[in-house]
Design a protein around this ligand. Structure first.
Ligand code: SF4
Length: 754
């Protein structure tokens, strides 16, 4: 039986017909097709016997394969003698600028529908109609062509022929991938304790199409234990694609290494790492227009060839590889990697490509999603990251400025209306609101339409920024429910309004829903119920907890009950630094000491180096570059002549995701219980959870704080034979609440001095 490849008509014709340049991200033909409201309006004008949103599907042979295309035709207009296929497109351009052949891709889409419909109903010809609607004026312009079945068939087969080379590369690779995945062995001699259990749970989750919450200690090798079973599931035909999602660049490298190990063991797989736009951009200034950037100019003319080229040559498509091919084909490296994300087997990327409604990969079809698994690494980070993703902000000053600059225009009127609205909010002094005012959303929607009309003619940085902010606000407003709050901050004449997501669970659940399976894992999903609750867990989800494979006695744990509360710091700093020195003296190797703030860290550092000038020390700095971070970590090596003590902040770049294996680190000291700074947003999170029957203070402060402590302690990675030290400094660690959060691996702690 021939292999069937599914693709939507829209994706197919967009692939074949794309051409031109990247232009600021909103002037694409795709943007022109999003007007659901306009579609409905036109469809309302159809006759009774006409049909709308008609699903069509056909199989078209290509070489040894069958391409199954499908789509939804906007309208079928049934005249007495003929049938018209209507394709509706809304546009921000003046209709005078839209001519019959301006957008061949729209004709192509409609001709596909015409061909399928005519074939199904034995029609020798149909009329193809494109209906363009100007979004502001609602004026319409129609173009019609009568086409015979044979003409449409030849057109459709020609399009498939152009899609063919890409298809051949993909299918040839798929065969090799599945074969090598079937025979692939675990890349180590044996499983570590706990690894098999985790790998088994991940495989079962994929097989059962479920969600798994896995808490697995540092040191068991979580990355390979999640990737390996997912890759095996690909070979078994249970999976087509996987996303390995991380919060930090450093964990992306670990995932790349795991895939590389599998490739070295014979697996043929295409793995892509997506690097953030601002990091990978080739230009000094990120202005993505054909005029300002040669890598944006003509991007779509060259992209198809470049995708095939890289897929034919490479397996691990990491940042360096992307950059090399992007230069070769003169393409924007970021947009190139986004295109590749749809074509490869595995994508290593940030959470936002799946969970953020503004960034997510929208061309992933529902069908593809069902055969895709998401592996969410260090999932405890997703809670706060998701809060950011589902929140949005607007500023009054931007609208006021636009009103002035675009004086006497419809855009100015709209900007003024929003400015006035925010002024009213300021006067009302209602700064915390549970409900969202739909009037504001409507004002912003109209502003967006006016801004689009202006932006196709003029380049204007403030307008573009405000347009994107308004779009985000409207998008988030559509998600708004009782888990959100609206708050306002007033500073002199500025009014800032924020839609703030207090509990992201429902949104995370929604965004992850279409995927075949979801695995949320971390060393510190503690307490389990809290994370399951906030990450959108359901009662029938799978949950496992895997303890450390190493004897806990190999780690000496102590709690020093000194107060690190702000008011006591002056009093306790001296005994604290002496205690630190005593702990450090227990070992010959390197230590990391984590503090709740930079200020506290600097004060302690000064005291420590005053008392103990002979100890080699190093201190984290605010805003370190990637090279500086690497240099900081590189100094922690086991061959040093003298031991090194690193001072760093909790919840920062060195307290999570960095693996200082073996003898590189012999001890960790954590100062304080990691509690986030008391602040307005944290307090409203607290009040919200209190109001829904949870312990608000724990949800807003205690649990996120303890998570940072557990993460920092996890930097001490011991093997079977190594021993190490963890010291926790704070009297609160002895309180019942905190005791309950201390993991089994640390429960043999000793209290007091060394
Ligand atoms: S290279 Fe930079 S400026 Fe050019 S399109 Fe890409 S991100 Fe934009």
């Amino acid at each position: 039986m021939a292999i069937i490849v599914k693709i939507s008509v829209r994706n197919l014709v967009e692939y074949v017909y794309r051409s031109g340049s990247i232009e600021s991200g909103f002037r694409t033909s795709r943007a022109m097709t999003e007007g659901t409201r306009i579609h409905q309006l036109i469809q309302k004008g159809y006759q009774e016997h006409d049909e709308k949103e008609v699903f069509v599907e056909a199989d078209i042979p290509y070489q040894d394969f069958v391409v199954r295309v499908d789509g939804r035709c906007d309208g079928l207009l049934k005249g007495e003698e003929s049938v018209t296929i209507d394709e509706i497109k809304s546009t921000v351009h003046a209709l005078d600028d839209v001519q019959e052949d301006t957008y061949p891709v729209h004709w192509a889409q409609a001709i596909f529908y015409g061909y399928i419909y005519a074939g199904d109903h034995d029609l020798s010809e149909v009329t193809i109609q494109l209906t363009y609607v100007q979004v502001k004026t609602m004026e319409q312009k129609k173009f019609r062509r009568v086409m015979t079945y044979e003409e449409m068939k030849s057109f459709v087969y020609d399009v498939i022929e152009q899609y063919g080379p890409f298809l051949s590369v993909k299918l040839e690779h798929k065969e090799k991938r599945n074969k090598t995945s079937k025979t692939l062995q675990f890349p180590f001699e044996s499983y570590r304790e706990g690894q098999r259990k985790l790998a088994g749970a991940v495989y079962k989750t994929i097989d059962d199409k479920k969600t798994l919450f896995a808490s697995a200690s540092t040191g068991i090798g979580k990355t390979i234990s999640t990737i390996f079973p997912a890759v095996k599931a690909i070979g078994e035909g249970k999976l087509e694609k996987l996303f390995y999602l991380t919060a930090k660049t450093i964990t992306r490298t670990t995932a790349e290494e795991a895939f590389q190990q599998l490739i070295d063991h014979g697996l043929d797989i295409k793995v892509l790492t997506i690097t953030a736009k601002d990091k990978i951009c080739f230009q000094e200034e990120t202005i993505c227009t054909s005029k300002d950037c040669p890598f944006a100019d003509g991007f779509y003319d060259r992209i198809n060839g470049a995708v095939i080229d890289i897929l034919e040559q490479e397996k691990m498509i990491d940042r360096t590889v992307i950059e090399r091919y992007a230069r070769k084909h003169r393409l924007c490296p970021f947009e190139y990697s986004i295109e590749l994300a749809y074509a490869v087997d595995a994508v290593i990327c940030d959470y936002n490509y799946i969970f953020d409604p503004r960034v997510s990969l929208k061309r992933l079809l529902e069908d593809q999603k069902k055969k895709t698994t998401i592996l969410v690494d260090e999932a405890h980070n997703l809670v706060d990251r998701a809060r950011e993703m589902y929140s949005a902000v607007i500023h009054k000053s931007n609208f006021l400025q636009l009103k002035r600059e675009f004086n006497n225009s419809r855009l100015a009127t709209q900007a003024k209306a929003i400015n006035d609205y925010l002024l009213q909010v300021k006067k009302s002094e209602e700064y915390l609101r549970k409900d969202l005012d739909e009037d504001l959303v409507e004002l912003l929607e109209t502003f967006i339409i006016e801004a689009e009309g202006e932006l196709v003619r003029t380049e204007h940085a403030l307008l573009l920024d405000t347009y994107f902010a308004a779009q985000t606000f409207v998008k988030i407003a559509k998600l708004y429910n009782e888990q959100f709050i609206t708050y306002v901050e007033v500073h002199k004449s500025e009014v800032m309004m924020k839609l703030f997501c207090l509990d992201p669970s429902e949104q995370i659940l929604k965004m992850g829903k279409g995927f075949g399976a979801r695995v949320f894992f971390s060393a510190t999903l503690i307490p389990g119920d809290y994370y399951k609750d906030l990450l959108g867990g359901q009662s029938d989800d799978y949950v496992i907890s895997i303890p450390s494979p190493f004897a806990r006695e190999n780690t000496e744990v102590m709690i020093q009950p000194l107060s690190t509360r702000y008011r006591d710091r002056e009093k306790t700093i001296e005994p604290m630094v002496h205690f630190m020195k005593d702990v450090i003296d227990k070992k010959n190797g390197n230590f990391l000491i984590f503090f709740p703030s930079y200020q506290y860290m600097r004060t302690a550092y000064e005291q420590f180096t005053d008392y103990y000038p002979s100890v080699s020390t190093i201190m984290q700095d605010v805003g370190m570059t990637e090279a500086e971070r690497e240099d900081f970590l590189a100094q922690f090596n086991s061959e040093r002549a003298e031991r090194l003590v690193g001072f760093a902040v909790l919840g920062g770049i060195f307290s999570e995701g960095v693996d200082l294996k073996g003898d590189r680190l012999q001890g960790v000291i954590v100062v304080g219980v990691g509690m986030p700074q008391i602040g307005f947003e944290r307090d409203i999170i607290k009040d919200y959870f209190q109001s829904v029957g949870k312990n608000g203070f724990d949800y807003a402060y205690v649990y996120p704080g303890m998570n940072k402590v557990l993460q920092a302690g996890g930097r001490l990675i011991r093997s079977d034979s190594d021993t190490g030290v963890i010291a926790l400094i704070d009297d609160r660690f002895l309180q019942k609440k905190y005791q309950a959060l201390i993991p089994y691996e640390w429960q043999h702690y000793r209290v007091g001095g060394v």
